[in-house]
Design a protein around this ligand. Sequence first.
Ligand code: ADP
Ligand code: ZN
Length: 384
Amino acid sequence: MMAKEATVTASSREVITVDVTLPGRRYSILIGDCLIAAAGEHITAVLPGARCAVVTDANVAALYLAPLKASLEARGVLLGDAIVAPGETSKSFPVLARLSETLLKLGVERGDCVIALGGGVIGDLAGFAASILRRGVRLVQMPTTLLAQVDSSVGGKTGIDTPQGKNLIGAFHQPSLVLADISTLSTLPAREFGAGYAEVMKYGLLGDAPFFSWLEKHWQQVFSGQGPERLKAIETSVRAKAAIVEADEREESGTRALLNLGHTFGHALEAYAGYSDRLLHGEAIAIGQNLAFKFSVAQGFCPPDDALRVERHLAKVGLPSKIADIPGKAPTPGQLLRLMAQDKKVQGGKLALVLVRGIGQAFVERDVPPDTITAFLKTECGSA
Ligand code: ADP
Ligand code: ZN
């Protein structure tokens, strides 16, 4: 069941392959630095005969659409492209409707494929469009943000937002192939890179203490992109996510819930900040992870030193770690608890939280009493 290892050398550059094996299907995640130019070759090998429609946003289109189209055209498999506005607001019913019609007009048929070129927004939106177009067409994810490369492009979750909440409408739709071209990260704004790094850290904190220690030592190279460390950090993250998805594709056995470390607190903070530039998802998750560690210490599960290491590392890499780090007015404990209770992971009114026994030892604690959380949040919101 574990993701298998294979290293291929393509035109003297390293391409790492992580295979994801699910009941009845299997796909590969390729990680390397020349995958946009080689996309036509890789896609035609996996999906012979399929023609491709590229979905991207205006920012990514300006940077990477032309080389991708050239690569697809060289193989004679380009149908066309659809460009949406950048940002979370594109994950909506109106944009999905327009995009679906554009894809039909481009002539996408059952055997064809949608390519999602961009960050998590494009992966979720284009992935969902692919899942419903003609009752489902093939999907290739080409993530261009760190967050999408290590997290959202792996595992098959797709969807859009509604006024009732984020990602409440969607489908599981596994890609046929993921091409993570890490050279695209060179143009990613530093703040977006940092936000993605919070998810990289998460894999160390939830189940791989040696990886977290390695990050403590090598984070500077991961951020600078000089040397092999960035590739290694992405590979390690993708392998961790792939293994969890293999063990629990549809979040049924509880294993996949561990990926929510920092997310119940984080989602509440994100909602409080209005899903805006005030607090990016990864920044909210950085604070959320620190809160999960501190809460675990307060409950007697985790040694205080481990929580200190997490807080120190967040400070070193320039990520927020405290509720007070969010610009503007601080939320009240009551506000946060109400937002936490709206989390998708709530079942029968009981709050499940991912807690830790230490770095690399996450577990799901069901039925955490709301009063315990409120008391903890009082200290954290600075109103104790
Ligand atoms: P995420 O992957 O964090 O969910 P988005 O899909 O919203 O986020 O992407 C974040 C922002 O970064 C968007 O404005 C998007 O257009 C932009 N973007 C995505 N990939 C790149 C890249 N490789 N270089 C520059 N900007 C990018
Ligand atoms: Zn996340």
